[in-house]
Design a protein around this ligand. Sequence first.
Ligand SMILES: [Zn+2]
Length: 300
Amino acid sequence: MKTREARHVAILAAALFAAAGCARVSEPQTEIVPEPGATFDLAAAEVVDLSHAYGDDTLYWPTSPSKFELEVLSHGVTEGGFFYSANSISTPEHGGTHLDAPIHFAEGRWTAEQIPLDRLIGPAVVIDISAQAAADPDYRLGGEDLFDWEVEHGLVPEGSIVLLRTGWSQRWPDALAYLGDDTPGDASNLHFPAYGEEATRTLVEQRRVAVLGVDTASIDHGPSTDFIVHQVANGANVAGLEMIGAGRVQGEQQERPRPLGGVTCRFRLGGAAAEREGRDHGAQHGTEHPAAHRQRRRHC
Ligand SMILES: [Zn+2]
């Protein structure tokens, strides 16, 4: 019996603009991860679009020299009697729902087209810090937050795509509300939540996730000046996904948060992996990670 969570599939964007100098079409992001080489049964899935549409109101990193520009090259019936539509688009890399290729903060790491596609398809792990962020707009996902999540849901699986939900997507496209400051060209007074360093190191170095996503402008929180989350993640060839939307199911007009969370028995954390992760985390906390114990007990 599939869990409700397991039926949700997240399509992250119709077209994510990558941070490596080229555009690429995103692959579906899903939390249904069978054995390598197996196929997804999308008939049993709820497909969710997590992108913000590009347009005149698309938000960009404040120092971006320009915004989204669309020029209609053709739209109408041609002399040949058939309809023809084509546009020209121009956009800086870091605006709208987009991918940060690892080279963004790590010289020599993957550019967008070098990222293996199987790194862009994986279990969607949603960690919700919207309550903390509502109280503190500069909130960062802490190591304890991650620990608590794993106690409840199980270990974050290797190769997963972590989606940090802060609730900020509801502020889109209000620049002042979303970024904390709407001064053009100035990124020195930003306020929004994101990942913290300890949680990032655990996710990247121990859980070996593939992607860190967030519904704010950056995987580093607004006041960051050293961008340590970018440095740690990109340095390990972990891509970022930024400015993610709240989710829209086909046919829905209004975005609303989707219950994408839940890493339960859908994943084969093979015995060795679960044992290893449990040991790693246990060593950190001086005891076996309860989630690791539960994973093994359920033989997920
Ligand atoms: Zn970016």
